[in-house]
Design a protein around this ligand. Structure first.
Ligand SMILES: [Zn+2]
Length: 265
């Protein structure tokens, strides 16, 4: 199993990479670990001290729970695995407060005891207050996993087989027609011949529009041990952190399985 050619955006929240020498079992395990197991921080408990806004307490609690929160995996533990036995302490929970008396209340109005662990998108609206309305909330954030609630999922992750496009130009009559039919712009025409644009190859979705235009000229296939992976973070963690944490988890699971097996007589 090998990872090559990681491409990331500026914020390191969108990335694609190629997983080589793997099979669908490994690829899907990695995908599921990223979505369901890599923990992130989210608001879990809320106490509405005051709420005279138009929204019910439950709706405000729900909206606050869904806010993506910047996550520091090194400083916090999963509450059930913490030394405090799940009672809640500074190692596994983080207190936040929200107080407002006017106008639109945004995620940025939430005060966190840890300045590094705050909502990712400060402009997320929570509730709009009219004159005389007021809100006061005490909230507790904690690490959790996407398999328990989607608010803790760090990302979307999906993959496809790496496409293989074989072109036989002697069987293609109208190169431009084949090139233009591709919705992803993967093909180019050069002096009447169809060629694959190497930089665009990975955008190919194997829709086969080109092969429909020239059934003998274009053959499409998939490389069955190479996967093009896409990961889109919701913002709590950088993509690299999500992928490496997922890989560490897989290693840890395998080694605890090995230990358990060795302990058997
Ligand atoms: Zn604790």
């Amino acid at each position: 199993m090998e990872i090559i050619s990681l491409t990331q955006d500026k914020e390191k929240l969108n990335a694609s990479f190629i997983l080589r020498k793997a099979d669908p079992v490994i690829a899907n395990t990695l995908r599921r670990l990223m979505i369901e197991e890599v923990p992130t921080m989210a608001i879990e408990d809320v106490e509405l001290v005051k709420n005279s806004s138009i929204l019910y307490d439950e709706i405000i609690a729900h909206r606050m729970g869904l806010l993506p929160i910047k996550t520091d995996l090194k400083s916090y533990f999963i509450r059930d695995e913490c030394k405090c036995d799940g009672k809640g302490c500074a190692r596994c929970t983080l207190q936040m407060t929200l107080k407002s008396k006017s106008g639109m209340v945004y995620a940025s109005d939430i005060k966190s005891k840890d300045p590094n662990v705050v909502p990712v998108y400060p402009k997320t609206p929570i509730v709009k207050l009219l004159k005389g309305q007021e809100i006061e909330v005490l909230a507790t954030a904690q690490l959790g996993k996407g398999k328990d609630h989607v608010k803790w999922a760090p990302c979307l992750a999906w993959y496809k087989y790496k496409p293989i496009i074989d072109i036989n130009n002697s069987k293609i009559k109208d190169a431009d027609a084949v090139v233009n039919v591709c919705p992803r712009g993967v093909l180019v025409a050069k002096s009447g011949k169809v060629e694959v644009d190497k930089n665009k190859l990975l955008s190919c979705d194997l829709c086969a529009a080109c092969a429909d235009k020239a059934p003998d000229g274009v053959k499409l296939n998939e490389k069955d041990d190479e996967f093009v992976f896409y990961v889109e973070s919701f913002g709590q963690l950088k993509v690299k952190e999500i992928v490496t944490t997922a890989i560490d988890m897989l290693k840890k699971d395998l080694s605890s399985f090995k230990d358990a097996l060795e302990a058997m007589k």
